[in-house]
Design a binder for this molecule. Structure first.
Ligand SMILES: Nc1ncnc2c1ncn2[C@@H]1O[C@H](COP(=O)(O)OP(=O)(O)OP(=O)(O)O)[C@@H](O)[C@H]1O
Length: 114
């Protein structure tokens, strides 16, 4: 129970400090709403859940990484810049992958409706 509470504290910290987390939250809610409205099949929900989870995991790891960097090297450093930029790149890659999965999942439903 203690471990769960620390993990939820970490997630709450991420939501308080990372504006990108709110963009992920909006995208997550939009994907869930689209899946419900279009009545996505179970195999499509699997892809959606995997894509959404991957983005959140990348953002959480990026947040942790940034804070470790800030403690280890609060002053400007090209090494820290490279490390933070690569971590931000991981979130970008996960988000682009999720957007691609969203397109692949939802396009056939939209094509069938319109
Ligand atoms: N100590 C530092 N030395 C050099 N560059 C830094 C340093 N801290 C931040 N930066 C640069 O600023 C960018 C943003 O870092 P910051 O820690 O402010 O994260 P952020 O604003 O939460 O952005 P994001 O989560 O979108 O990557 C980094 O990707 C890096 O290019």
């Amino acid at each position: 129970m203690k471990s769960f509470s620390y993990a939820f504290e970490g997630l709450a910290f991420m939501m308080r400090t990372q504006h990108n987390a709110w963009i992920h939250a909006g995208a997550t809610l939009a994907a869930i709403a689209a899946g419900a409205v279009l009545q996505a099949r179970a195999e499509d929900w699997r892809w959606l859940v995997a894509a959404m989870s991957f983005v959140w995991v990348a953002e959480a790891v990026n947040t942790a990484f940034e804070h470790v960097c800030n403690v280890v090297s609060p002053q400007y450093s090209l090494e820290v810049k490279a490390a933070k930029d690569v971590a931000a790149g991981a979130v970008l890659l996960a988000s682009m992958g999720a957007a691609a999965i969203g397109l692949l999942v939802f396009t056939p439903y939209l094509a069938a409706h319109f």
